[in-house]
Write a protein that binds this ligand. Structure first.
Ligand code: PD2
Ligand code: ZN
Length: 305
């Protein structure tokens, strides 16, 4: 049970992709605490900043993800929610290494996250979940922290809402046309990715954001591999501000320890050596001879070539 003391209800919404609504999963107070914590984090890596895509040293600003985000790695609320999410997914005991941090997202007017897969598509063997021991993002839990006046849905463009009669399905163009008539899209450029996404948001399967509401979907197939139907996006906010948070849960450790490196192929001396450094103690910086790579963050590995 949440701190509301109401029973959590898991409502099955769709089969492909596997999408569930979560009722009473997060309380209004917890939603407010996540926003307050995000606003109070001052360091540039974890505090609220323009979102990037790609992992670690490959991370870069992406003009198809225009939101701001913060990483809540250690607040009491974030840890409590992480544990609740693991219980929900039936992954016990709780293993912090099997998830990224709680990521708090803020979308202001017209900000959005174009459709993507949360499953990381790398050629790295350790990310291949069809191989024994391979780990990747398994499930995504989205926590909606604020009401949004218009827009800001999470959309699954490969599916229609299963309860929508097929005679009532709109094409993307029809949905864009209809929304343009409401006057909500005056500042949306014609033929932009935001316009197309809005068309999908208003015709395909989507979850409407609401304060203290939550949703769960799976990025992997039951026997491993990416679920191609799990493509999803964060719709442009058309009025108001959207606050949300996510947790990407893996089916194994996010960052395998070196002794788990059994999946790696043999080392080829022609290949550059890569290493990842992380610390469990605060206050350290990373140095190689005279070269300082900067301060180390807890739970934020620095990758090196
Ligand atoms: O904020 C969302 O609705 C959203 C949409 C798509 C979040 C994510 N993806 C994500 O964090 O992966
Ligand atoms: Zn996503």
């Amino acid at each position: 049970p949440t701190s509301n003391d109401l029973p959590i209800i898991v409502e099955s919404i769709n089969g492909a992709p596997r999408l569930f609504h979560l009722h009473n999963f997060i309380s209004e107070t917890e939603a407010e605490e996540l926003i307050e914590n995000a606003l109070s984090i001052k360091d540039p890596t974890n505090g609220l900043h323009r979102s990037t895509t790609g992992q670690k040293h490959e991370a870069q600003v992406d003009n198809r993800r225009t939101s701001d985000n913060a990483w809540d790695m250690r607040s009491e609320t974030a840890m409590k929610l992480k544990k609740r999410i693991f219980q929900l997914l039936g992954i016990q005991p709780f293993e912090n290494r099997w998830a990224d941090g709680i990521q708090v997202l803020r979308y202001q007017n017209l900000q959005a996250y174009n459709s993507h897969y949360d499953y990381l598509d790398h050629s790295e063997l350790r990310l291949d979940t069809k191989r024994e021991g391979g780990a990747n993002r398994f499930a995504t839990v989205l926590l909606y922290l604020s009401d949004v006046e218009e827009g800001g849905e999470t959309v699954f463009p490969k599916a229609y809402h299963p309860a929508l009669p097929s005679s009532e399905r709109l094409s993307i163009t029809e949905a864009i046309e209809k929304t343009r008539q409401t006057g909500l899209m005056e500042n949306v450029t014609e033929n932009s990715w935001e316009e197309k996404l809005i068309g999908e948001c208003r015709s395909k399967l989507s979850v409407k954001p609401k304060k203290a509401f939550a949703a769960l979907f799976y990025n992997q197939m039951p026997h491993g591999g990416q679920d191609d139907d799990s493509l999803h996006g964060g719709c442009p906010v058309l009025k108001g501000t959207k606050w949300a948070a996510n947790l990407w849960v893996w089916n194994g450790a996010v960052h395998p320890e070196s002794e788990d490196g059994f999946l790696d192929t043999e080392w080829d001396p022609e290949e550059p050596i890569q290493a990842e450094f992380y610390t469990t103690v605060e206050g350290y910086s990373l140095w190689w001879n005279e070269h300082g790579f900067g301060p180390m963050e807890l739970d934020r590995p620095i990758g090196m070539n």
